[in-house]
Write a protein that binds this ligand. Sequence first.
Ligand code: C2E
Ligand code: MG
Ligand code: MG
Length: 536
Amino acid sequence: MKMKETFEVFKLEEDLKKALKQGEFRLYYQPKVDLVSGKIMGVEALIRWQHPEKGIISPLDFIPIAEETGLIIPMGEWILRTACLQNMKWMAAGHHPLLMSVNLSARQLYQPNFAESVKYIINETKLLPEYLTFEITEGIMLDAFNAPKVIRELKNIGVQISLDDFGTGFNSLYYLQEIPIDKIKIDQSFVQNCTSDLNSSTIVKSIIEMAHRLKFGVIAEGIETKEQLSFLQQNLCNIGQGFLFSKPLPPKVLERNFYTIEQVIVREGIPPEASNQKLIRESIKNNREELLDRMGMQQGLIFRFKKVKGKFIHTLCDGKLLYRMGLSPECVIGKELREFVPSSLAKELETHYQRAWDGDEDVTYEKEFNGIFYITNLSPIRKGGEVVDVYGSSIDITKLKQTEEALKVSESKYRIIAENTQDLIRVVDINNFIEYASPSHEKILGYSPKAYIGRPIFEMMHKEDYPRIKKQYADASLSKKPIQAEFRLKKVNRDWVDFEAKVTPVLSDNNGEVKHFVIVARDISERKIREKLMRK
Ligand code: C2E
Ligand code: MG
Ligand code: MG
């Protein structure tokens, strides 16, 4: 039995090779129809084997063998070239541009330089890449590492990607965020049961809604009845494909049927005007829902209010900041300020609200509520010249405030120390230029601290000391550890003053490298004199 199977595969492989050489393959094209306008917007290329004895053979009977034996590679190239050329032919004949869809097997996608070979065929046939779509199935994603990479390369060429047989694999939802696809094709098994089986109808509706929200196009394949068609139209599926419109046909036959196919929606479905109305209504509803979702997700908070009988009533409010303040939309919507914030704060806020309500476009204020600091901007919305609504948006500045406060405290603390110390304090950059010199410089050396800022440290240092100091700084820079150093600095009366200093490297928050040195130097002239005397 096994022998027989192997033999049959082998024979089929031989036959397939011969068929490719002798041109026994044909591409049939099945139209895809825009479910609002009823126009044919594209076609799917589907391969057929015109066997000299057995007649037309379905791809289901030979594609798996072609994949297994690798024959799908030359076959796939022939399919792509033929489909592109056919699309060019239709365009040259004056037909409005059609999107050509070509199915891809995993084996094709993972051949080395697949994207290059696609680019080559596109250039050769001169078809613009935006008129080409590749249909891939989830099976292709088994190679979770390479798939997104190759698909991105294809997208870079400018072709579109459609996820075929959607809903039949295991990982569809995962791939929706991993790979850059343009369209989802709902598998025909769901479409064919969508009017008879509650589960299928729910699945179809959910896939359509999800596709819209994620901004993918959505195609239903396998539409056979007018009930299925109107179900899909009602649920705002964008594109349809199936025997109700047409079977896959040889190109010449399809051309002859173009007009009749485009009449199907007029005859059997919801007419374009009604579909359009529904589409607009639905898209407004979706936009509104999306806006609300996004508002809830945003870090800040958005609100809207209007003045009703002298009171500012909030009509909308959401955002994460609201919850951080210990509030929720229910606490705010339909309420005025004093119902959810202390009356002193409400009073202050109402003056800002009033300014915006009077038409001031530039109302911004900073406030604190329940330990949260926030900044708010108000923008009035006018209708016929009158303000009818005011939108407000707030962002959390608590962290900023805390850092600012901390900085203020530390700055003032350090300023007191720096201004009153008997030591020299300097901040030096890594190129040994002085960034800061404490006021004590004037007292000890006689020069104003300004005379040092922006100057290299060696300028007023004893030239015998500088090479040693330079090396010590370089060592500190490498080890990132404080060092002790001794040097002499020139006084205004040209005397030298001896200093003993602690040099501390300050590291950058970003890369951990040394950003500055802080030097605290003490006048040790008296000690030096004493030491000299002792030695004598
Ligand atoms: P697919 O890409 O999902 O193609 C849709 C299949 O559903 C086609 O079968 C089409 O004839 C059929 N179909 C379309 N509308 C209806 C309908 O209303 N009712 C029913 N019952 N069927 C409908 P086909 O042409 O036999 O192709 C079968 C599969 O073979 C394709 O599934 C695709 O996976 C593969 N295939 C076909 N052509 C190619 C090709 O050129 N390259 C590759 N790699 N695979 C191909
Ligand atoms: Mg397909
Ligand atoms: Mg399919």
